[in-house]
Every structure is written in structure tokens, then in C-alpha cells.
Design a protein around this ligand. Structure first.
Ligand SMILES: NC(=O)C1=CN([C@@H]2O[C@H](COP(=O)(O)OP(=O)(O)OC[C@H]3O[C@@H](n4cnc5c(N)ncnc54)[C@H](O)[C@@H]3O)[C@@H](O)[C@H]2O)[C@@H](O)CC1
Ligand SMILES: [K+]
Length: 546
């Protein structure tokens, strides 16, 4: 049976992430070849290159031609020959430069006005020299580095100085070229990686790196693309398929992954025809304090919209009528205290508990958290699944001794500041990933570090970057929605802890993307995300039925 491109891959619906734009073109290929959606290291990418060439009986120049063709097609789809007064291709001495020279030839043959700037070096790669020799005579060529770049207004610059072969920060001529490009705010399309950026390892903060408007990469995204500190360099990134060895990718060891539609679509089980409300679990939310009952309500509505069987919400007395009125589908247990939570209810009816939205940080609420951790760990059989967010995390940060009591597979959903309170201040995004990995391993928990490309760390030390979501979701209440969503999925006993969290984070971002299509990013509020949870989940189910 053939695999089809589901309707929701339509680019009209998807503004981000760019990986999905590629999936629209090669859905079948991706389903078959990249089920785990790995992110490989630069060293593995080099081996992948060799594996592809030997497995497919290609020469490395032929693989380079594929890469250049894919890049050129991408560029042609975006700008016609009449829209660019000039394409200046800057070529370095290695295979990235070789790609650039092949791209220059292909663009010239397509009728683009092309000029090439060559960065002088002591030696050049064989494939660079091959493509240098095949550059058409009509393409003007000059050296760059020592003299100022002459950039045409509205022209395009193709940055093919350095790619994954870069081993150290740029210096001298290369650094001078980068400085000129950045100062001129040139419209740059980077080939594979913005030059100067290392694919997967930290580098000094002041390293010269091209600030690209677009990065068109080959085969697989690089780890650097997912880190906020690189956003200004990478710009909008795209991955183009060049038929790299599927067998190599399948066998490659990886600890970094990305979650896109095809990774998420197998995770949501269909509802059995004879399902009843007990089938999908009974969840408990512990949330709200005076002035923050809205957070409890947002988590409640998100939990309901995710398909939980039954939901009980524990709020302080002041929230009782609000909850009962605004969310009649949920049951409400009022705490004895009018303003904050002071007592933990009996946990025996529940399959999962979410705690934190709008909670406040009262000592009595900390007592509730402590009791929750103790009782959740001591339930007979498996520990009770927990989702901890917001003030539940802040309370943990203030009382780190409680971390040792986290039941295995607990889900924590901090934003970077909350995560810092649980661990330490990160030097940079790479250090934050190390801390995240170590924390999830040590406490045997799932941690969702929220932000652009939210990163899910597993107890095994894997890092999964989520590809849905948009900046409109950086708004109050968005995290409360995630808590409700994850609590519902953790209550569904048919899902593993990992599947629940991966699916929940993906669906949350996708619901936000759908909501942003309606309201625009600035106008998006958390309630809009809730309205689109259903459609986001439906897309995944529909895709699975193809
Ligand atoms: N891996 C793949 O699947 C493919 C890779 N291709 C291209 O090949 C690129 C990788 O090519 P290479 O491995 O030749 O590497 P690069 O072209 O990225 O750079 C390597 C060259 O730069 C020099 N160099 C490294 N660091 C430097 C520094 N700080 N200052 C000055 N010189 C420095 C090296 O000595 C070498 O000459 C990829 O980014 C991609 O563009 C494509 O051609 C084909 C497919
Ligand atoms: K580059």
C-alpha cells in the first residue's frame, strides 16, 4: 500500500516549521527513511556522505550536484530571474565552496545574473576544483577577503564559504568577509549552514558567523538550528532531500531527534468504538489561587479538549463557582482554604495528576506538593503519573530536597527561567542542553524545556526538539494549556509516558499554529490554542488512517 501526502502538509497551512515544507514534497521518502527523525553530528554527516556515495555507486561530485540542484530548485521557487538584480555566490575552499560553484553554474544556466567571489586558501577540495573548472566562462569571478565586497542593492548572496567541515572559528579574510556581509545586512541564503557556525558544538560568543536570512540544508537539520542563540544566524531554515543513505541513518546512534508531523502521527491511538468515559482515564488538576483561577480554568479546558474521560479540578474556595460555571464538563473539589490549596484530596480515583498552573507559592501549597510526591510514588503498582508546571516547579526549585522524591516518569514543563531555578544558570544553549539531559537522567523524569523548538529530555538522556509552535504562543496561559493537555494524555493508559509527552508537546504547538492562522500571532491568546487542540489531534488521527 502506498503512502500519501496528507492534506495538512499543504504549505498554505504550515508557515513553520520548514522541515514540514520538505515533507510536503517527499512525504513517502520521509515516512520510510526517517521514522526516528534523527539529528546527526557533523562527524556522522561526513560518514553519511561516504556511505551514500558507496551504497549508490555515485561519485562525490555527483552527490554534490544533487545538493546544488536541490538548492537551486529551492531558490528558483522563491525568486524568479527578474526579481534579483544579482546573485553573488561566495565560495570557500572545501566542499561547501564546491556546492557554491555548482550552484553558480546552475543558476547561470537558468538565466540568473551570477557573480562568484572566491576565498583564497592554501588548498582546495577535489570537488571544489572540479566545479571551479566547470564554471561557465560567462560568470565573472574575483577574489574576496582583502578587498571590500561590492553588493548590489536587493541582490542575493549565496553563502558557500564553509559548511559542516568547519573545525574552528573563522579568522582573517573569512572573518572580514563575514563582517562585511553582516554590516551590509545583505540578503543571504546560506548553503547547508551559515558560514562560521559550528553544526553541533559550542563556540566563543564573538565568533564571526554569517547572519543569513535563509539556510537551505541538505538531508537532515543540524543541531545548531534548534538553539535560540543561533536564530539570528540561521534565519528561516529548510532541509532539502538529496537521497542520503537511509540505511546509514537508520543504524546511526543518536541522542538528538526532532518531532514533526510524521513522528507524531503514529502516537495517537484511535478511540475504540465501544469506548466509555473510563477508557480515557480520570485526571486530577491541582491549580489556582486567588487572582489566578484563570490559569486553572485554561488547564481545565485544555485537559477536556484533549479527550480525557473524566476530570476533577481542585481549586481554592474562591475558584469553585468560577470553575463550575465556566467548565461544566469538569467536576470541582473546593479546598478548605479560600485563597490557595492547602490539602491534597484522596488520589485513589485518578490515573494522572497535573499540578502548578496559578498555584502560588504558599507554604501550605508546598505541603500539598510534598504529599503528592510521596503518595504518587507509593501507589500500588506503577507510580501515579504526574505533570508539574509553573509554581509547582518554583516550589521544587526552592526546596530541591523534594527532587529526590519525584516519582519515575514525572513530567516537568519548565521555561528556561524555571529550569534555571531547578538547576543552575546555563552558560549558553549547549550548556543548557547538557543540564537538561543530566537532570532528566538523574531524576528519571521527562522534562519539556519550553520555547521555540521546545526540547523534551527523556530519562534515557535523549533530546527531542519539537517542530510546531510560533512566537504568538509566547503569551500568558499558553503553559497552562500545555499542562492540561499533558495531564489528559498521561491519564490515557494506552499511551506510554514518552508518547504522551511527545504527542502533547507537538499537538500544543500545532494547535497554536492553527490558531495563529486565524488570529495572527500578536492577537493569539491561550484560549485560542484550546479551541484548536481538537483539530490538531484530528489531523494526526486522520493522517494515521491514510
Ligand atoms: N555531507 C553531505 O551529505 C554533503 C555535503 N556537501 C557539502 O560539503 C560541506 C562539507 O564540506 P567539507 O567537509 O569540505 O567542509 P567545508 O567546505 O565546510 O570546509 C572545509 C574547508 O575549510 C577549511 N577550514 C575549516 N575550518 C576553517 C577555518 N576556521 N578557517 C579557515 N578554513 C577552515 C578546511 O581546512 C577545509 O579546507 C557541507 O556543508 C555541504 O555543503 C555536499 O556537497 C554534498 C552532500
Ligand atoms: K555556508
Amino acid at each position: 500500500m502506498g503512502l500519501h501526502c496528507p492534506a495538512f502538509y499543504d504549505e498554505a497551512v504550515i508557515r513553520r516549521p520548514p522541515v514540514l515544507c520538505t515533507l510536503k514534497k517527499y512525504p513517502t521518502l520521509f515516512f520510510i527513511l526517517f521514522p526516528a527523525m534523527k539529528i546527526l553530528t557533523a562527524a556522522q554527516i561526513r560518514q553519511l556522505d561516504y556511505a551514500t556515495v558507496s551504497e549508490q555507486g555515485l561519485s562525490s561530485v555527483e552527490l554534490m550536484e544533487r545538493a546544488a540542484t536541490a538548492f537551486t530548485k529551492w531558490l528558483r521557487r522563491r525568486w524568479s530571474t527578474s526579481q534579483v538584480p544579482e546573485v553573488l555566490v561566495l565560495a570557500g575552499p572545501g566542499n561547501n565552496g564546491g556546492d557554491g560553484l555548482a550552484i553558480a553554474r546552475l543558476l547561470y544556466q537558468d538565466g540568473y545574473p551570477v557573480r562568484v567571489g572566491l576565498l583564497p586558501a592554501a588548498s582546495y577540495s577535489a570537488d571544489y576544483l572540479h566545479n571551479r573548472a566547470h564554471l561557465p566562462k560567462g560568470v565573472p569571478v574575483h577574489e574576496i577577503g582583502a578587498t571590500p565586497l561590492e553588493l548590489k542593492p536587493n541582490g542575493l548572496v549565496v553563502d558557500a564559504l564553509f559548511g559542516t567541515g568547519l573545525s574552528r572559528p573563522l579568522a582573517e579574510e573569512a572573518a572580514a568577509v563575514v563582517a562585511q556581509l553582516n554590516e551590509a545586512r545583505a540578503r543571504v541564503v546560506a548553503v547547508d549552514l551559515p558560514s562560521g557556525l559550528l553544526a553541533d558544538s559550542p563556540q566563543p560568543a564573538d565568533s564571526p558567523i554569517v547572519q543569513a536570512s535563509y539556510t537551505v540544508s541538505f538531508g537532515l537539520p543540524k543541531l545548531a538550528f534548534f538553539l535560540p542563540q543561533h536564530a539570528a544566524f540561521v534565519g528561516e531554515w529548510h532541509v532539502e532531500d538529496i537521497g542520503l543513505s537511509a540505511a546509514f541513518i537508520a543504524d546511526a546512534e543518536a541522542s538528538w531527534f526532532f518531532t514533526d508531523a510524521s513522528a507524531a502521527q503514529g502516537l495517537l491511538p484511535a478511540r475504540p468504538p465501544y469506548a466509555h468515559k473510563g477508557t480515557f482515564g480520570h485526571a486530577l488538576l491541582l491549580a489556582g489561587s486567588r487572582g489566578k483561577i484563570g490559569a486553572a480554568l485554561l488547564a481545565t479546558q485544555a485537559c477536556l479538549r484533549t479527550g480525557v474521560g473524566l476530570l476533577t479540578v481542585r481549586v481554592p474556595g474562591c475558584g469553585y463557582e468560577i470553575l463550575q460555571t465556566a467548565a461544566p464538563e469538569a467536576m470541582c473539589l473546593a479546598d478548605a482554604h479560600p485563597d490557595y490549596l492547602s490539602e491534597l484530596p484522596d488520589l485513589s480515583p485518578y490515573q494522572a495528576v497535573g499540578m502548578g498552573p496559578g498555584l502560588g507559592q504558599q507554604p501550605a501549597s508546598r505541603g500539598v506538593l510534598q504529599q503528592l510526591l510521596e503518595e504518587a510514588a507509593n501507589t500500588s503498582g506503577q507510580p501515579l503519573p504526574l505533570v508539574l508546571d509553573a509554581d509547582a516547579l518554583n516550589l521544587l526549585g526552592q526546596h530541591r530536597e523534594l527532587l529526590a522524591q519525584l516519582p519515575p516518569d514525572t513530567v516537568l514543563t519548565p521555561h528556561p527561567k524555571e529550569f534555571e531555578r531547578l538547576t543552575e544558570r546555563a552558560r549558553d544553549d549547549y550548556h543548557r542542553l547538557e543540564l537538561l539531559q543530566a537532570f532528566a537522567r538523574e531524576h528519571r523524569c521527562y522534562v519539556v524545556l519550553k520555547g521555540a523548538y521546545s526540547c523534551l529530555a527523556t530519562p534515557q538522556g535523549e533530546l527531542h526538539f519539537n517542530c510546531t509552535g510560533n512566537p504568538g504562543m509566547a503569551t500568558g496561559g499558553s503553559g497552562d494549556v500545555l499542562t492540561g493537555l499533558l495531564t489528559a494524555l498521561r491519564a490515557d493508559v494506552r499511551l506510554t509516558a514518552f508518547a504522551a509527552v511527545q504527542l502533547g508537546v507537538y499537538a500544543h504547538g500545532r494547535a497554536g499554529d492553527l490558531a495563529a492562522q486565524e488570529s495572527g500571532e500578536p492577537g493569539l491568546i491561550a484560549s485560542d490554542i484550546i479551541r484548536y487542540i481538537g483539530p490538531a489531534l484530528r489531523e494526526l488521527t486522520a493522517a494515521r488512517e491514510f
